[in-house]
Design a protein around this ligand. Structure first.
Ligand SMILES: Cc1cc2nc3c(=O)[nH]c(=O)nc-3n(C[C@H](O)[C@H](O)[C@H](O)COP(=O)(O)OP(=O)(O)OC[C@H]3O[C@@H](n4cnc5c(N)ncnc54)[C@H](O)[C@@H]3O)c2cc1C
Length: 390
């Protein structure tokens, strides 16, 4: 017996419209993203044109309001779109997730005037965003950031260095968290900084293990002037804004992780169905069938977990603990599934001729970004200990 190649993912989607949307995304992925993904990742090429296409197709800002160019889609639909994009190429899936994160401050905390001025370009006007929280000396302890914003009349001057910025140097706008007051979380304020602001420069991109097409760079702010009209939210509200963005962003990372894991499982299924040893397809060996069964179970469990968290968010209910759990579980699952996929391909899995090793390298970063998985455990444990300890 054989013929257990990959099967289409059975998705739970709420409406006919969302089913059509997923079909459109799959079509776009097959035409524009998948065919060049391996080659461009190897070459470290950033696919800026794909983000323009996604923006023009209404796919870059799915969860935001239609009146400003968004897609008005619930998170449970948006995340499944992300999954499809990440399965084809994490640089694109994660890039859309980061762009969505970068829009969160203005969309959720901006004034009506700021929203009317900035959102049309950000959501459907082809612009690409980046989110600037981390610094060389503040990663997990993000509230200790040092980039300083000093006010003189109606103008703020930003000085400092941000680190690890996805789309650093290629973004059109940066959502930047900077210190305007004293030490700690309450001294931080959010700003929307244009990509071409004088005094803003990017270092050469980091040389990464994977996602080589996605530029990750340090950003230097050297006397960057920002009008007060680009301050988002109240002075001192920045860290609350940053964490609120991350709650939603973590769901995006969880969905990307399941996309990468699903791609690895599909690859392993196709390979093991075709590869013969001892006179039969290796997929007939129970030892491997059990591995495949475990991989599929991890993926379905992860998908169910992120969708449950997304549905809480869509219903306007608290979802922070569930988002941390989804990020933790889905990214750990992706790591295990992709390592197992390489194993299932044997020596071929260790070569760049098959995408399994790329999926394995891509999965690793998802355990680190938007709060490492140690930090997710801290978030979950704090929730378990009750409201006073949060
Ligand atoms: C490819 C890539 C893209 C990124 N994109 C962005 C971006 O767009 N914007 C942005 O702002 N940042 C971005 N980041 C930064 C990312 O969010 C940080 O790398 C991450 O938060 C961890 O910070 P750190 O690297 O400084 O590690 P550290 O905080 O120095 O942590 C080092 C290790 O110590 C552990 N650790 C730290 N504190 C504790 C604790 N209290 N208990 C237990 N363990 C602990 C961590 O889990 C980790 O294992 C990106 C990073 C990468 C690699």
């Amino acid at each position: 017996m054989t013929d257990h190649g990959p099967q289409p993912v059975e998705r739970q989607l709420p409406t006919e419209e969302s089913r059509d949307l997923l079909a459109l995304v799959r079509d776009l992925v097959q035409r524009e993203i998948e065919p060049v993904a391996a080659e461009e990742e190897e070459a470290g090429r950033f696919p800026r044109e794909v983000f323009r296409l996604l923006s023009a197709s209404g796919l870059l800002a799915l969860p935001y309001a239609e009146e400003f160019g968004g897609g008005d889609q619930p998170y449970e639909v948006y995340l499944q779109v992300l999954e499809e994009l990440a399965a084809a190429r994490l640089t694109v899936g994660l890039g859309v997730s980061v762009h969505t994160l970068a829009c969160h401050a203005v969309a959720g905390f901006g004034t009506k005037e700021q929203q009317a001025e900035h959102l049309p370009g950000m959501l459907g006007g082809g612009l690409l965003g980046a989110y600037c929280l981390s610094e060389p000396s503040s990663g997990s302890d993000a509230a200790s950031l040092r980039t300083r914003a000093t006010r003189d009349g109606d103008t703020w001057t930003l000085d400092g260095t941000k680190a690890w910025i996805t789309h650093g140097g290629v973004a059109d706008f940066y959502t930047v968290l900077a210190r305007t007051g004293g030490e700690g979380a309450h001294g931080i304020t959010a700003f929307l900084v244009p990509g071409d602001a004088p005094g803003l420069s990017a270092a050469p991109p980091e040389r990464k293990m994977g996602m080589k097409g996605s530029p990750t760079a340090q950003l230097h702010f050297d006397g960057v002037q920002v009008p007060d009209a680009r301050r988002i939210g109240e002075e001192g509200q920045g860290f609350t804004i940053a964490l609120s963005a991350l709650d939603s962003g973590r769901l995006g990372i969880a969905a990307c992780a399941i996309g990468v894991a699903q791609a690895a499982l599909d690859e392993a299924l196709a390979f093991t169905a075709g590869r013969r040893q001892f006179g039969r397809p290796i997929a007939d060996f129970q030892g491997l069938r059990f591995m495949l069964a475990d991989m599929a179970t991890q993926i379905e469990a992860g998908r169910a977990l992120y969708l449950a968290a997304a549905r809480l968010r869509d219903a306007g209910l608290p979802f922070s603990r569930q988002a941390a759990m989804a990020k933790l579980f889905c990214t750990d699952a992706a790591m295990k599934v992709t390592v197992d996929a390489v194993q299932l391909l044997g020596g071929y899995g260790y070569t760049a001729d098959f995408p399994a090793e790329r999926y394995m390298r891509e999965a690793k970063v998802l355990q680190i970004v938007e709060g490492t998985n140690q930090i997710q455990r801290m978030v979950i444990a704090r929730h378990l200990a009750g409201p006073e300890s949060r």
